[in-house]
Design a protein around this ligand. Structure first.
Ligand code: ATP
Ligand code: MG
Length: 571
């Protein structure tokens, strides 16, 4: 492709709106442009990469036996009402009405649609198993769209849905997807780790996320330092630390102005381990109190699961807290708390003589003990912390930030039950489909690859997803010999199946070098002064030196790079 014929939109300046490397580089390299918050247009260069990632995904999905499909993005509300998600999905769903006031949404995900297809099209166990996938645009009105296409409001997802006749079948389908995902991320040059994930209130027999480590990631991933345990913090189980035994004291009401845990530790001159904090959540309109030790963090996913939430849970409002505690904020405690459900972290149930809020403005209680003074549902409701015991082997865990690029999920019969999607089994009995769903954020994957492959000069694309494999830079556009040779190489390389960015613009060589590096083209050939001696310059974007080599050697070097990346050439 000739640069002189292309829309090239590289920027020298770092755009102020971009916070993270991939976002900055996608704008600077001219891969995309912002249209509105969380909404982007893909420029030709960005689209080329996107298509390459899609092709890898498509190939591996096809290899795994899945079949491509394309659903509408505009979805009638009826389907969502059947599954109960029209109400549950909340503000993240883009909703609209047509001219006849019929309700629709822009699909944030497609479980309902694929379940509907299955119930209409699949009658018999003989048609199972089946896995349908699509690569399609999704819409989510994210609370905080940010980091460019990492968290956008319109994004491209590969979503797949498997249908099996039983749990064993689902296990097989799920494992195939796991294996396909490992291959996809490997081929994209992305270091993604599969970690155990929460499967929510669905009863989940399995759910795993593919995470890339990233300081700007919005998830916390727990890794064991000894064994291979890795889990999203939402899922990682905790072991209760057992407090030292003390004789049970009497409850005492103490007047205090301290509200936060820090103020309380100072006021009572105790460790936060002696204090239990009470948080109040609104779960589907009901109030749920949660008690964790003063130095711990509530795990909202565990709380949502234990309280069978059907929509996102939120901290209770000021008014709700006042209603539950009959006091100002900062004095909530477990005794006489007016909530529908009280969840007590196991650690709190094992504390002695704890300090809690008194549910009375300006007062706390000391000498409080679980069982004697209050009761609730005891369980694991907190986040694991750095250095705590691994739930699998007991060694220490570490916690790192990560971004989810893919998710595989055993749904079971959640949707098929709700939507009455059934088939006839071997014995003539009607059974619900046993389903799995599997997502990959295609656009997020693109940004994540950049996060892992860049330097101060720009992007360093892995060969497999690079917009062009080779750039040929004509150093002096006034030199006919240079132009003729560059054009000849361009043609020959393209005949080999290599994508070439021929920089024939009337620009200084320096500008062309900079653009080639910024755009992350893996190999660079400079056709300059030595062309009369049959010599050109060759440089790998990924670190290599700029070498003077013969034209013959250039072809061999390029072939080597393709061999190393296990990508076949036409010839
Ligand atoms: P997150 O926790 O990051 O919001 P999610 O759990 O909502 O992700 P899924 O519903 O499992 O995500 O969607 C499947 C995949 O789609 C995710 O693994 C992610 O790669 C991608 N994805 C989800 N939301 C977005 C978004 N707002 N922008 C870009 N990609 C997204
Ligand atoms: Mg989300």
């Amino acid at each position: 492709m000739r640069a002189s014929k292309m829309l090239i939109s590289t920027l020298r300046e770092v755009p102020a709106e971009a916070e993270i490397e991939s976002h900055k580089l996608m704008l600077r390299a001219g891969m995309m442009r912002k249209m509105a918050a969380g909404i982007y247009n893909y420029m030709p260069l960005g689209l080329k990469v996107l298509k390459k990632i899609e092709d890898i995904v498509r190939e591996e999905m096809d290899n795994a036996g899945a079949q491509e499909f394309l659903a509408s993005a505009l979805l009638p509300s009826e389907l969502w009402k059947e599954s109960g998600r029209w109400d549950a999905y909340g503000a993240e769903m883009f909703r609209l009405t047509d001219r006849n006031s019929r309700e629709f949404c822009l699909g944030p995900t497609h479980e309902e649609v694929f379940t509907d297809i299955a119930r209409n099209e699949i009658k018999s166990y003989k048609q199972l198993p089946l896995n349908l996938y699509q690569i399609q645009t999704k819409y989510r009105d994210e609370r905080r769209p940010r980091f460019g296409v990492m968290r956008s409001r319109e994004f491209i997802m590969k979503d797949a849905y498997s249908f099996d006749k039983d749990q064993e079948g689902l296990d097989v389908s799920y494992n195939k997807m796991y294996e396909a995902y490992v291959k996809i991320f490997n081929r994209c040059g992305l270091d993604a780790k599969c970690v155990a994930a929460d499967s929510g209130a669905i009863g989940g027999s399995g759910s795993a996320e593919f995470m890339v480590k990233s300081e700007v990631g919005e998830d916390d991933v727990v890794f064991c330092t000894e064994c291979n345990y890795a889990a999203n913090i939402e899922k990682a189980e905790t072991k209760a630390e057992i407090a030292e035994i003390e004789e049970l004291a009497e409850i005492q009401k103490v007047e205090t102005t301290s509200k936060s845990i820090e103020e309380m530790t100072e006021f009572f001159k105790v460790s936060p381990k002696k204090i239990a904090k009470t948080l109040i959540y609104n779960v589907d309109g009901k109030l749920v109190g949660v008690l964790v030790r003063g130095d711990r963090e509530v795990n909202e996913v565990k709380v949502a699961n234990a309280s069978h939430a059907t929509s996102d849970i939120e901290l209770a409002s000021y008014e709700e807290v006042k209603r539950a505690t009959n006091s100002e904020i900062g004095f909530a405690g477990p005794i006489n708390l007016a909530v529908d459900l009280l969840l007590v972290d196991e650690e709190v149930s094992k504390m002695y003589n704890m300090i809690v809020g008194a549910n009375e403005t300006g007062y706390d209680l000391t000498g409080v003990n679980y069982g004697r003074d209050f009761e609730g549902v005891v369980g694991d409701f907190r986040n694991i912390e750095e250095g705590e015991a691994c739930p699998k082997c007991g060694a220490k865990v570490t916690i790192a930030r990560g971004t989810e690029v893919g998710h595989i999920f055993k749904l079971g019969s959640k949707y098929s039950d709700a939507m009455n999607a059934t088939f006839i089994d071997e014995n003539g009995k009607t059974k619900p489909f046993i389903m799995g769903c599997y997502g990959i954020g295609v656009t997020r994957t693109m940004a994540s690859i950049i996060e892992q492959h860049n330097d101060e000069n720009g992007i360093i694309w892995p060969l497999s997803v690079a917009p062009y494999h080779v750039s040929i830079i004509i150093a002096n556009m006034k030199d006919e010999t240079q132009i003729t040779l560059a054009e000849k190489m361009h043609e020959e390389l393209e005949n080999m199946g290599i994508e070439v960015f021929l920089d024939d613009r009337n620009e200084r060589a320096g500008v062309k070098f900079k653009d080639s590096e910024l755009m992350g083209i893996p190999m660079r050939i400079t056709v300059g002064k030595k062309v009369s001696e049959g010599i050109v310059e060759f440089k790998l974007r990924n670190g290599g030196e700029n070498e003077n080599i013969s034209i013959e050697d250039v072809y061999n070097k390029i072939k080597d790079e393709f061999k190393k990346a296990s990508i076949e050439l036409k010839r």
